[in-house]
Design a protein around this ligand. Structure first.
Ligand code: FAD
Length: 440
């Protein structure tokens, strides 16, 4: 096992920086167990792409990215087993080669599987990624392995567990046969796309709306399963569309100093980059997942039950369209849909859910981006839940009100990690455990 001493850990956008004393680079389960056993406090990380401060912050750290092998396929059961540090893109390429897919994917392929599962990573028009996991080998705080299978009581706690119950070692996913999507993209006024959400979720196999704040428009992306041989006349829009991120960077350059610039920039960006229709086909991975990112971002995302979404949306829109509060939001706000499940810390626990992203394209100035605060205030007021891997301020007090299984999760955490080995300062505050420790 490789070990680095006394270094600096930085998240991908450098908004989170820590020093560490020991950094373990593991390649086997036994190395993972030893690293956990050797330390009183330890955190572990994948691609460091979370905005939330959940991945590091302890003296000892485990870098999971070399624990990245595809262990094997079970052709009879359509399952694949991987080490948890494998990149999502590598896993997806391997299963596509088998003629399989995971039917709901996030819009990023550089994250690790362990990181994705821990934070409840999701796509649209299906379930959270963790819902396709059928088995997990978890390294517990005492260094032993606990095997958790689909159907075990513990599985509902483990699927989304922020890396506080243990380190996920190997994961087995249930795959489905690969399919081809016919994807169509077009702009629509808010008055058009908003009332059509439920019908579109019935009519289409894929639905995602890139909402364009300060323009009253959304960019609607639908996908329908087709026979792979069906001819689709590809239209990817004008060639200059590929410069959208560069143009955004330039237009938003001073938006942290003059936030109102955002409103004008969004109108320009919407006209230039979100006004043409597009049409293409491909697998879910090939046709809908972004493969490269030119620059870093800071992200927040909030989720709300589908029936409450129209009201929350209208309230949010009214709030951010005011020029008095500086809550101007960069393009786009990603609106996606997640089907209900039973995972305790899932955004979609027992309820079909809408997720709404909020991006700052100037990662370094994210602390002064008022939009994050406005979005959080409105979603929290209506019982919305934050994405675990993204930026939010809510803590135990608020989370215990919106997660029905919050206290149960805390009990399981206490049983599996009685010495709080896996807590960093952020997670300690999130679960309000400092107070408990102080009181006892
Ligand atoms: C550009 C961009 C696009 C994104 N798109 C989406 C999206 O479409 N949908 C979505 O839901 N999210 C999205 N995210 C959020 C992202 O999926 C999560 O933040 C994810 O956790 C990042 O994975 P990572 O490998 O970087 O994990 P890290 O940030 O390194 O770690 C995240 C958490 O996982 C824990 N962890 C890591 N490995 C393990 C393990 N083996 N066992 C247990 N816990 C572990 C860490 O301790 C930490 O708590 C996006 C983020 C970015 C930056």
């Amino acid at each position: 096992m490789k070990q680095n001493k006394n270094g600096v850990w930085k998240s991908w956008n450098e908004n989170l920086v820590y020093t560490y004393t020991n950094l373990y680079k593991v390649t086997s389960e036994s190395e993972l167990q030893n690293a956990v056993l050797e330390n009183e406090k330890i955190r572990f990380f994948g691609s460091k792409q979370s905005s939330a401060d959940i991945a590091a912050g302890s003296d000892a750290l485990i870098d999971m990215t070399s624990y990245n092998q595809i262990i094997g396929f079970n052709d009879a059961e359509n399952t694949v087993t991987v080490q948890s540090g494998v990149l999502l893109g590598d896993l997806l390429e391997a299963i596509e080669a088998k003629g399989w897919c995971i039917p709901c994917l996030p819009d990023i392929n550089t994250i690790t599987i362990g990181g994705a599962l821990a934070t409840g990573t999701h796509g649209t028009s299906g379930k959270l990624l963790c819902e396709y996991m059928t088995q997990c080998r978890l390294v517990l705080a005492n260094g032993t392995i606990k095997i958790i299978n689909e159907g075990d009581d513990l599985m509902d706690a483990v699927r989304v567990s922020l890396g506080v119950l243990g380190v996920m070692s190997t994961i087995t996913f249930k795959c489905e046969p690969i399919y081809t999507l016919h994807v169509k993209e077009r702009p629509e006024n808010d008055s058009e796309w908003l009332p059509k959400i439920k019908q579109r979720l019935k009519d289409h196999d894929f639905l995602r709306i890139l909402w364009l704040p300060h323009t009253s428009k959304g960019y609607v992306i639908t996908g329908d399963k087709i026979n792979p041989d069906t001819e689709v006349i590809e239209n990817l829009g004008p060639k200059y569309l590929k410069h959208r991120r560069k143009a955004s960077k330039i237009l938003y350059k001073y938006s942290h100093v003059f936030p109102w610039i955002t409103s004008i920039s969004n109108k320009i960006l919407a006209k230039a980059f979100f006004s043409s229709k597009k049409e293409h086909k491909g697998s879910l991975y090939q046709a809908t997942v972004t493969k490269s990112r030119g620059s870093t971002l800071e992200l927040a995302e909030w989720t709300i039950g589908i029936d409450k979404f129209p009201k929350v949306f209208e309230e949010l829109k009214a709030e951010i369209d005011k020029w008095s509060n500086n809550s101007f939001i960069h393009i786009p706000m990603d609106v996606r849909f997640v089907q209900k499940d039973n995972s305790w810390l899932s955004y979609a626990y027992k309820e079909d859910t809408v997720t709404m992203g909020c991006v700052s394209r100037n990662a370094a100035t994210a602390d002064t981006y008022e939009a994050f605060k406005s979005v959080e205030k409105i979603f929290l007021k209506h019982g919305g839940k934050p994405h675990w891997g993204k930026r939010f301020a809510a803590k135990d007090f608020e989370l215990s009100r919106i997660y029905k299984k919050w206290e149960d999760f805390k009990d399981v955490r206490r049983q599996l990690d009685p010495t709080d080995k896996f807590l960093n300062p952020y997670l300690t505050k999130l679960f309000n455990l400092k107070k408990l420790a102080d009181a006892s």
